[in-house]
Design a protein around this ligand. Structure first.
Ligand code: NDP
Ligand code: HSE
Length: 435
């Protein structure tokens, strides 16, 4: 059989890795796919630089539209990143009747509904395994492997840069800025690292996971997003002493009244597996009603790990290329006409336990007054520690609460901060037991 023809847009970290893996494992991949997968055209900005990398056997262009509109191309692989040009190119590829493979989570989180609708109408596939957790086949697992289940929740470490930063801050006591620079040097961080450290990249990925898990449209604008840039070293140390680790988690949970969709740092018990995922590694925990908890772990970024997912998608598309579109796995796991409008819940409705830290004047009645405010807000204290603070007659207090409703905690914090003997704002972190 003739090779299937691929047009590659971008030959950077992921594009370069895809080129390499396809070349190195060509025989093995063809045995799986049923035919050879051949990159016949590549678009980049700097053609001369790319020529050095790929040699003379492939056509190079600095006009990605030439590739997308080439009638000989069967599959367009979008690996340029960004959301504007990438959106136009992907929609144009679909309009030309080509299948698309992309690693671009920002694109799909923002324009996924439009892109999947266009692809369904045109009868082509848009595959995006590399967009979530890089080389970890989490999309395949949720979309196909767990298809018997009513999925209850998904919780993941889905940004390698922030996990690397948190791991280094905890284990080596290094400051945030120094570790971020190291993550950028190692190539984990996005072009704009604020997407990583402010939780936006994780929220892009979580939004896609929520759609796959619960069959709801992609709703990035409804995700609650907090990053790690304001996280204090002292809270990482306190958490450690209390038997927890702080991780940037993406959590999406099905509740009777809607779906939680949130990214934020959280205390996780040190003995659970997710707490021990260190460095730039990713891990996603999925709980299904039939299977119970399942865990997926691996490299969430980098040249070849991400290429592993891109090539897996290329093989899938090659195998299903000639299948009736109605017999293919739906883009978001559920049939397009069976998507649900279950609402995404506001963060104020979230139920979690909390870590609260504040500095107070150390005198009689202080604890009693704070405990009264918490009790009046329906918040039960699980444990508490107090230690002398650096300033005179002061004490630092940490409360760990039982499950509480976020809006009640916010109200209680406002009342506590207004007390005359409270000397700091209240640091509030959520806690997740992941059971
Ligand atoms: P890079 O910046 O390394 O590479 C981008 C490539 O796209 C370059 O080859 C660049 O060309 C080319 N390019 C950019 N704009 C254009 C354009 N207008 N026309 C033609 N070519 C263009 O990005 P990555 O490989 O890191 O990321 C690609 C995508 O993969 C992103 O969506 C990213 O979020 C996603 N991703 C990345 C991961 C990673 O580990 N890096 C992991 C998972 C997903 P030139 O080289 O000439 O400048
Ligand atoms: N910047 C991302 C990360 C790359 O740190 O996980 C993979 O999406």
């Amino acid at each position: 059989m003739n090779p299937i023809k691929v047009g590659l847009l971008g030959l950077g970290v992921v594009g370069g890795g895809t080129w390499k893996v396809l070349a190195r494992n060509a025989e093995e991949i063809a045995r799986r796919a049923g035919r050879r997968i051949e990159v016949s055209r590549i678009a980049v900005r700097d053609v001369a630089k790319a020529r050095l990398r790929v040699g003379n056997d492939v056509a190079l262009s600095n006009d990605p539209y030439e590739v997308v509109r080439d009638p000989a191309i069967d599959i367009v692989v979008e690996l340029i990143g960004g959301t504007d040009t990438a959106r136009e190119l992907v929609l144009e590829a679909i309009a030309q009747g080509k299948h698309v493979v992309t690693a671009n989570k920002a694109l799909l989180a923002k324009h996924g509904n439009e892109i999947f609708a266009a692809a369904s109408a045109r009868g082509v596939m848009v595959a995006f395994e590399a967009a979530v957790a890089g080389g970890v086949p989490i999309i395949k697992a949720i979309r196909e492997g767990l298809t018997a289940n009513r999925i209850e929740w998904v919780a993941g470490i889905i940004n390698g840069t922030t996990n690397f930063i948190l791991s280094e801050m905890r284990s080596r006591g290094l400051p945030f800025d120094q570790v971020l620079a190291e993550a950028q040097r190692l190539g984990y961080a996005e072009a704009d690292p604020t997407f990583d450290i402010e939780g936006v990249d994780a929220a892009h990925k979580l939004t896609l996971l929520a759609s796959l898990a619960f069959g709801v449209p992609v709703q990035f604008d409804k995700a609650h997003i907090e990053g790690i840039s304001t996280l204090a070293q002292e809270d990482i140390a306190h958490a450690e002493r209390l038997g927890y680790r702080i991780k940037l988690l993406g959590i999406t949970r099905r509740r009777s009244d809607g779906i939680e969709l949130r990214v934020h740092p959280a205390l996780v018990p040190a003995q659970v597996l997710l707490a021990n995922v260190e460095g730039a590694m990713n891990a996603v925990l999925v709980r299904g009603d039939a299977v119970g908890p399942t865990l997926y772990y691996g490299q969430g970024a980098g040249e070849e790990p991400t290429a592993s997912a891109v090539v897996a998608d290329l093989v899938d598309v090659t195998r299903l290329h000639t299948a009736d579109p109605g017999h293919r796995v739906p883009h978001l796991a559920f049939q397009p006409d069976a998507m649900s409008d279950t609402p995404i819940l506001p963060i104020e409705d979230t139920h979690t336990s909390f870590y609260l830290r504040l500095r107070v004047e150390d005198r009689p009645g202080v604890l009693a007054d704070i405990a009264r405010i918490l009790a009046d807000a329906g918040i039960s204290i699980g444990s508490m520690i107090q230690q002398p603070s650096a300033d005179e007659d002061g004490a630092d207090i940490i409360f760990l609460t039982h499950l509480a409703i976020e809006r009640n905690v916010a109200r209680a914090i406002a009342s506590i901060e207004a007390l005359p003997f409270v000397r700091s704002s209240v640091t509030r972190l959520r806690m997740e037991t992941l059971v």
